[in-house]
Write a protein that binds this ligand. Structure first.
Ligand SMILES: *[C@@H]1O[C@H](CO)[C@@H](O)[C@H](O)[C@H]1NC(C)=O
Ligand SMILES: *[C@@H]1O[C@H](CO)[C@@H](O)[C@H](O)[C@H]1NC(C)=O
Ligand SMILES: *[C@@H]1O[C@H](CO)[C@@H](O)[C@H](O)[C@H]1NC(C)=O
Ligand SMILES: *[C@@H]1O[C@H](CO)[C@@H](O)[C@H](O)[C@H]1NC(C)=O
Ligand SMILES: *[C@@H]1O[C@H](CO)[C@@H](O)[C@H](O)[C@H]1NC(C)=O
Ligand SMILES: *[C@@H]1O[C@H](CO)[C@@H](O)[C@H](O)[C@H]1NC(C)=O
Ligand SMILES: *[C@@H]1O[C@H](CO)[C@@H](O)[C@H](O)[C@H]1NC(C)=O
Ligand SMILES: *[C@@H]1O[C@H](CO)[C@@H](O)[C@H](O)[C@H]1NC(C)=O
Ligand SMILES: *[C@@H]1O[C@H](CO)[C@@H](O)[C@H](O)[C@H]1NC(C)=O
Ligand SMILES: *[C@@H]1O[C@H](CO)[C@@H](O)[C@H](O)[C@H]1NC(C)=O
Length: 459
């Protein structure tokens, strides 16, 4: 026990006060993260029964994007993300279907998930932070927390999700199981945007949250949104099966699409995994870029730049000249071929994966309510020279308590996502991220929270 305490204390201290990646990232916590956190908010789960689901399905409407003009990007016009589950890099690399797909794309050999388990990784992929989430239970992010959807809307770029077997468009329930045997089928924890009130409380946005029936219809109708997040069910994504199933599913799902010229036109697809299976290894996952936007000479190549899930948001920002969220997206690297195409406005960081683990969640609101939601970095310049979304800055300046908390967790390596990715520290060291004057205080608060957690562990 004593060893655990010392290890955790030094980890938090290192994360809080040492700039840079690599060496500072060693995470030596060996206990169960859940036992650390007690002051968590209680959010009632939504579990409608079948009759309620059927009634709601009857009135659900799905949005069409046909009338929207395609907004041209600098390196691609559409960005489609497909996420599989819980697989170590090498296991994915060795799977025949995935191996075959690598011939048509760019394999990212240093792409990192942010933590364990699933839910915080999905939350982070669209919101730029995981806000201390360390489990898979029912969570909602308050309306004041913005996502990539707000960034895309700022330039009228269409976006949507396709979640296999979600029972109807805009469904917000915790799960929808296979009704014959109640096996896991659709699960909310793998649906990133539905966890944000800033999405679900705007009724017109619910029409963008669709299932695979709608996906196939939208492919056929040439009605896909420009940005999409695609999640197969718990069988096909490998969660309840294995890499043979998810790899084969991926090959079979993608093969016809990769032959479809309408689908492929100026499209960038990323096929990746939410996290590794083995918690004691580096959280480095297989990630493959595919699609018509991949330059012919780069097909079948690898890119060893260090990326993480926030790179998806940063790349989309660079491509369409979008503002940022003031969170982990600010300093995440942009995919190299995109950065190369765009040129000097993109400044990627040369960081090493050495010692980068990202294998447990730093504290934040969902593990300790008193930490609040970190204040977005309103003065920061993003990786592509971009500034914060003005609506976020306005909210912060208005003193809105949800986003103007006294917590800087996440920005200065003290708690949540940004530092878990290691990139905030690098940017801070380079001087491109403004320092919040409460940084030192927050570090102490956070360290205190972690130690309180350890005390709980000892009891
Ligand atoms: C965190 O904030 C403290 C106090 O402002 C500062 O001394 C330290 O350099 C910061 N660390 C990083 C990684 O930015
Ligand atoms: C993270 O990885 C390190 C190094 O293998 C290991 O010691 C630690 O137990 C892991 N942490 C968790 C929470 O699994
Ligand atoms: C998918 O969503 C549509 C639109 O709400 C619905 O009509 C359909 O039944 C759903 N498909 C499945 C397989 O649940
Ligand atoms: C959700 O999962 C639980 C537990 O397996 C099951 O009892 C329930 O019927 C599921 N809900 C739906 C709508 O499928
Ligand atoms: C997952 O989807 C596939 C079809 O893609 C279906 O055959 C399978 O039964 C589904 N799994 C569950 C547990 O419902
Ligand atoms: C895709 O096209 C290739 C080459 O034309 C062909 O060999 C392959 O069978 C096609 N795949 C599918 C799924 O249509
Ligand atoms: C990145 O930094 C490493 C040393 O940390 C160096 O060996 C390598 O050449 C650098 N790469 C680039 C592209 O600058
Ligand atoms: C952001 O910049 C403005 C104007 O320079 C300054 O007044 C404000 O204190 C800065 N805010 C933060 C959080 O650094
Ligand atoms: C914060 O902003 C949101 C969105 O504009 C608003 O609904 C909420 O009432 C505000 N809360 C406070 C405490 O100002
Ligand atoms: C932050 O605010 C909370 C409640 O609003 C308070 O309990 C806590 O002491 C404050 N922390 C600091 C470092 O000011």
């Amino acid at each position: 026990m004593k060893l655990t305490v010392l290890a955790l204390a030094s980890t938090v201290a290192a994360a809080g006060f040492t700039p840079g990646l690599g060496e500072t990232q060693t995470q030596a916590f060996t206990g169960n993260t859940k036992t650390l956190y007690t002051n968590t908010p209680v959010i009632p789960s939504q579990t409608p029964d079948l009759a309620e689901i059927k009634a709601a399905a009857a009135t659900a409407t799905s949005n069409s994007f046909k009338s929207k003009k395609t907004v041209k990007g600098k390196a691609f016009d559409r960005y489609h993300q497909i996420w599989l589950e819980n697989t170590d890099y090498q296991k994915a690399f060795d799977q025949a279907g995935l191996k075959a797909l690598t011939k048509q794309g760019i394999l990212l050999t240093n792409y990192f998930a942010l933590t364990h388990p699933s839910e915080p990784n999905y939350v982070a992929a669209v919101g730029g932070d995981y806000f201390g989430i360390f489990d898979d239970i029912y969570r909602t992010l308050p309306e004041e927390i913005f996502t990539v959807a707000d960034l895309l809307d700022s330039k009228s770029i269409s976006w949507g999700e396709y979640q296999e077997h979600q029972p109807y468009t805009g469904f917000q329930g915790f799960n929808y199981s296979r009704q014959t045997d109640y096996a896991n089928d659709y699960v909310r924890k793998h649906n990133p945007l539905v966890m944000y009130d800033s999405v679900t409380k705007k009724p017109e946005r619910l029409g963008n949250l669709k299932n695979f029936t709608e996906f196939h219809k939208d492919v056929a109708d040439k009605d896909l949104p420009q940005w999409a997040f695609i999640t197969p069910n718990m069988t096909n994504d490998g969660h309840d099966t294995d890499i043979e199933v998810s790899g084969t599913w991926s090959y079979n799902f993608l093969s016809p699409l990769l032959n479809n010229t309408d689908f492929m036109k100026d499209n960038l697809i990323i096929l990746t995994f939410d996290e590794t299976e083995t918690y004691t290894e580096q959280n480095r996952v297989f990630a493959l870029l595919l699609g018509g936007a991949i330059p012919e000479n780069l097909k079948g190549t690898t890119d060893d730049t260090v990326y993480n899930h926030y790179s998806n948001i940063a790349t989309v920002q660079a491509n369409w000249g979008l503002p940022h969220l003031g969170r982990g997206d600010v300093t995440a690297n942009v995919f190299k071929f995109v950065a190369d195409k765009i040129g000097s406005s993109v400044t990627n960081h040369n960081i090493t994966e050495h010692g980068l683990y990202n294998n447990f969640s730093y504290p934040g609101y969902f593990s300790d309510k008193s930490l609040g939601f970190p204040t977005p970095l309103i003065n920061a310049t993003g990786t592509s020279g971009n500034k914060i979304l003005p609506a976020i800055a306005d909210l912060v300046k208005s003193g809105n308590s949800s986003v103007a908390s006294n917590s800087t967790a996440g920005h200065n390596g003290t708690a949540t996502g940004a530092k878990a990715s290691g990139s905030a520290g690098v940017a801070a060291a380079k001087g491109s991220v403004s320092h919040n004057k409460n940084g030192a205080e927050a570090a102490v608060v956070s360290l205190g929270a972690a130690l309180v957690g350890v005390a709980a562990l000892l009891l």
